[in-house]
Design a protein around this ligand. Structure first.
Ligand code: BGC
Length: 442
């Protein structure tokens, strides 16, 4: 492969979320839920990787890697541990993080909500309680007042459909309450708070730090969903379910965001201020999911989503490694919204770092082709900067460019080989010829 150059001023970043790296997010719903012992590997977030105290070291590692952008988030539960009580010490720490990034010349992508709620909000019925919208907007207002001058990119919500799907339909995330009614209420609440947060940020923050327009978006999960390809009636059913799943997982949300109108299955009617309420699209892309008819999967409407077609590689999450799906996802997002795109997450669970270099190069190559086709992809945030607390999977799954053993009291950081390849790509602003062959067994 010859060298693939990226546009000047391309943002090369990495991403984390607060709860997954900071540690001791004690006033959150996840923290309390974890104590029940339902995390698959028996761990709890605990000190996580102590980014809360070690952020200067982590920022230095980012500088060493040459990153020029960082995506991280504010934990609502940390800044407002009790209703209406804002913790000024926590706010000061976030400010210090933002200052440190600015001093290092690293662009900031700030997430306001990455799935986790304060416990006091969850106790009152989470997003199914209409008051939560008011509480959230008060929190956003405070954060905009406190930090408005820093973000180059604002992300109101991370993967907004994952919470209702995982918590309210699949029953796997807290509060594990399976109800279609709750699912719709949560989706609608999230759409409303996104629209209002969008307006609020634009109202209070006239410009981005570089003097350009304020940029507000959502980081949306876009799995590449595909029918398995069975023959006959099974194949017809799979294709129908592919369309239906796409609608359920992201299409309905995206259409609502583009038009302001709710459609089945997320509701009906219009949400004021929602239409066109994004300045950029945040794309989280990880894998392909193949939908296969199976009599055994009664509760999933006879669709098996865990089978892997023969010969397809999978990550330690059991996810299909499918860079071929990245381009079509980008085409679709570009056609739907016509806005600049940032890859807000892309990465692989790979404890031994055997596949990450290859994964990175293959996905960046697809990204490069998309840019060549004229799609304005402006930046790439690798998930993740650090090994972290991987939600229900606990610490067992390792997504980090930087390795951290959470059982080591020192929580020492060490760069993985693939991180060094990423640093070379960033330095060259290009995928160098032959990259990845020299960087891992793949
Ligand atoms: C989430 C991250 C998570 C990653 C890997 C994304 O859907 O935003 O928080 O760690 O996937 O599972």
């Amino acid at each position: 492969m010859s060298e693939l150059r990226f546009p000047d001023a391309f943002k090369w970043g990495a991403a984390v979320s607060g709860h997954q790296v900071e540690g001791h997010n004690r006033h959150s719903d996840w923290w309390h839920w974890e104590q029940k012992g339902d995390i698959y590997d028996g761990t709890r977030s605990g000190a996580a990787v102590d980014h809360w105290n070690r952020y200067p070291e982590d920022h230095q590692l980012m500088v060493d890697l040459g990153l020029n952008a960082f995506r991280f988030g504010i934990e609502w539960a940390r800044v407002e541990p009790r209703e209406g009580h804002f913790d000024e010490t926590a706010i000061a720490t976030y400010r210090a993080m933002l200052e440190s990034l600015r001093e290092q010349g690293i662009s900031i992508c700030l997430t306001l909500h990455h799935w986790v709620l304060p416990k006091w909000v969850a106790d009152r019925g989470d997003w199914t309680n209409p008051d939560t919208e008011r509480f959230f907007l008060r929190y956003v207002e405070r954060m905009v007042e406190a930090f408005g001058e820093y973000p180059d990119l604002w992300i109101t919500l991370n993967e907004p459909m994952v919470v209702p799907l995982a918590a309210n339909l699949a029953g796997e995330f807290p509060p594990q309450r399976r109800s279609f009614r709750a699912f719709r209420r949560v989706v609608q609440a999230l759409l409303r708070v996104h629209a209002k947060s969008y307006a609020l940020i634009h109202d209070r923050v006239p410009n981005a730090p570089d003097g350009g327009p304020t940029m507000v978006g959502v980081a949306q999960a876009y799995p590449y969903l595909e029918a398995w390809g069975s023959t006959g009636l099974r194949g017809c059913y799979e294709r129908r379910m592919e369309q239906w799943s796409r609608r359920l997982v992201f299409r309905a949300w995206d259409d609502a965001l583009a038009t302001g109108e709710l459609k089945f299955p997320i509701g009906r009617g219009v949400i004021e201020g929602l239409e066109d309420s994004i300045d950029f699209c945040g794309v989280n892309y990880y894998f392909r999911m193949s939908l296969r008819f199976s009599w055994r999967c009664v509760s999933r409407l006879f669709i098996d989503i865990d089978s892997i077609p023969e010969g397809v590689e999978q990550s330690e999450m059991g996810w299909q490694i499918w860079p071929q799906g990245f381009g079509p996802v980008l085409d679709e997002v570009w056609q739907r919204f016509g806005k600049p795109i940032y890859i807000t997450e892309n990465g692989i669970a790979d404890a031994e770092d055997r596949h990450r270099a290859h994964y990175l190069v293959r996905h960046l190559s697809e990204l490069h082709s998309a840019i060549e086709r004229g799609i304005p992809v402006k930046g790439y945030f690798h998930w993740s900067l650090l090994d972290n607390f991987e939600w229900r999977e606990g610490f067992a799954k390792k997504f980090g460019l930087i390795e951290v053993d959470h059982t080591d009291p020192e929580l020492a950081r060490s760069l993985r080989q693939s991180a060094k390849l990423y640093a070379r790509i960033i330095e060259a602003n290009a995928i160098p010829t032959g990259a990845s062959e020299d960087d891992g067994p793949d």
